[in-house]
Ligand binder design. Structure first.
Ligand SMILES: [Zn+2]
Length: 460
């Protein structure tokens, strides 16, 4: 049997989330891609069929901005003094002491965490990106890997040439591509990357047809440094240089981009990471991004600040953001001071359509890489498919499948998961079977040993 035939199978269920809504239907997977996606019953031929009955079948989620390796620092930020910078005071110090093998071992653990939330594709941005790509390959997670480029600051500034070479090596690696792992070009942030390096990054992106993935204006310090170094705010500097027109840019955070500058970013995609932002800054005003016509998607950032890799929780937070305005607005302050409930306190909550939210972790991030479509159950997309057990107490009864995904605690109800056409874990027990596997135990033990050694080197 050829390799392609080995990976050919059909998946059928009563509820399949097609690009235009939920219906009974089936998918055909082959060679790591979805090759057919149809409503109704599957044909009765000899292609192997997984009939999931009443289950809900969706695309696996796409996490458009993360640092898998930072799962190793989960919970550490809580020991910092209140005014400390998580990135500069803690992460940089530890990251300077990381060995490449540490990145591979820790990234595997982050990859497992992502998979168990139903995520099938991550956009990772980290030092030693070739190790991140290898880790995703080890575990079976699809990825867009951006080796972190720095030359002005940060622990990667000694390794700029290596990171550029790693980007090209990942982009050209046919074995990785076959595993659903491709490259993006990853300038770290506007204050750690010179004009010369950003120019090289964009030139590389043009030459290899890759997107650029970077942090943009994530702190007040970055904003101030940009003014000092370049005489322009972060967004204005990048737009003025012409880089945003030359390659697609995907920017995490963009907290310090004022409204008049947002139109400069209309050809880019912004990434909101609400739970991480609650820890290191404050949640992005995605409503303003929408008003200014800037496309945006949703991601977790990383377990070191989040501390979860579960994307669906981010959607629940976003769906309730409008109500927060009432909590902290003048009408409620007036009421707390003894006044009448003001008009702003009536109907403060607005719940966006679940499908509109889900598209920000499905199709929208799934079309950001020209070489890898994902987040949709349409022919041609990566065969990343999640199957949810709707009889599970976390989801029952399924009055609204889409709302169950955005608001329910459905991770425990992950019934089956296919990434790049391959099943991960056992059907009916994805989490338990992965947890009990010898491979997981070997990966965890290695990560455990390396983390202990890292903490010792860092004197923690
Ligand atoms: Zn980040």
């Amino acid at each position: 049997m050829s390799r392609e035939a080995e990976r050919r199978r059909r998946i059928a269920a009563r509820s399949v989330l097609f690009p235009d809504g939920v219906a009974e239907g089936y998918l055909e997977l082959a060679g790591g891609r979805i090759v057919a996606s149809e409503r109704g019953a599957p044909p009765g031929d000899d292609v192997p069929l997984d009939d999931f009955g009443d289950a809900l079948v969706t695309p696996a989620l796409v996490d458009a901005h993360t640092h898998l390796a930072l799962v190793a620092l989960r919970g550490l930020a809580s020991g910092l003094p209140p005014k400390a910078s998580v990135v500069e005071d803690l992460f940089y110090m530890l990251e300077a002491k990381l060995a490449p093998g540490d990145v591979r071992a820790f990234s595997r653990m982050g990859a497992y965490d992502a998979l168990l939330g139903g995520t099938g594709l991550v956009w990772d941005h980290y030092y030693a990106g070739e190790e991140v790509a290898a880790a995703c390959h080890d575990v079976g997670l699809a990825a867009v890997v951006a080796p972190t480029l720095q030359d002005r600051g940060g622990p990667g500034r000694e390794h700029t040439e290596r990171a550029l070479a790693a980007t090209e090596a990942i982009a050209r690696d046919a074995g990785l591509r076959d595993a659903g792992i491709v490259a993006a070009v990853g300038p770290h942030a506007t204050d750690t990357v010179s004009d010369a390096l950003w120019e090289r990054a964009v030139t590389l992106a043009e030459r290899l047809d890759l997107p650029v993935h970077a942090h943009l204006a994530q702190s007040a310090d970055e904003w101030a440094r940009s003014l000092e170094l370049h005489g322009a705010t972060p967004a204005t500097r990048l737009a003025r240089a012409g880089w945003l027109k030359r390659a697609p840019h995907v920017f995490a955070h963009a907290l310090f981009v004022p409204r008049p500058e947002l139109p400069l970013l209309r050809d880019t995609t912004l990434v909101a990471c609400p739970y991480s932002q609650l820890v290191f800054a404050f949640p992005a005003r995605v409503d303003v991004w929408s008003e200014e016509g800037v496309p945006w998607v949703v991601a977790t950032d990383c377990a070191a600040s989040n501390d979860s890799m579960s994307l669906r929780k981010e959607l629940r937070f976003l769906s309730g953001m409008a109500a927060l305005r009432a909590s902290f607005g003048g009408d409620y302050e007036g009421f707390l001071a003894g006044g009448e409930p003001g008009a702003g306190l009536r109907h403060a909550a607005e719940t966006p359509e679940p499908l509109a939210l889900l598209r920000r972790v499905f199709e929208a991030p799934g079309r950001l890489h020209p070489a890898l479509r994902a987040g949709t159950l349409a022919p041609g997309a990566l065969a990343n498919v999640a199957v949810w057990d709707v009889d599970h107490p976390r989801l029952w009864p399924l009055h609204d499948p889409l709302r169950a995904l955005t608001h329910g605690d459905g991770d425990g109800a992950l019934h089956a998961l296919f990434v790049n056409g391959r099943p991960l874990g056992a059907v009916g027990d994805v989490s338990g079977s992965l947890r009990r596997s010898d491979l997981y135990e070997a990966h965890r033990e290695e990560a455990e040993g390396r983390l202990a050694a890292l903490m010792k080197r860092a004197g923690i």
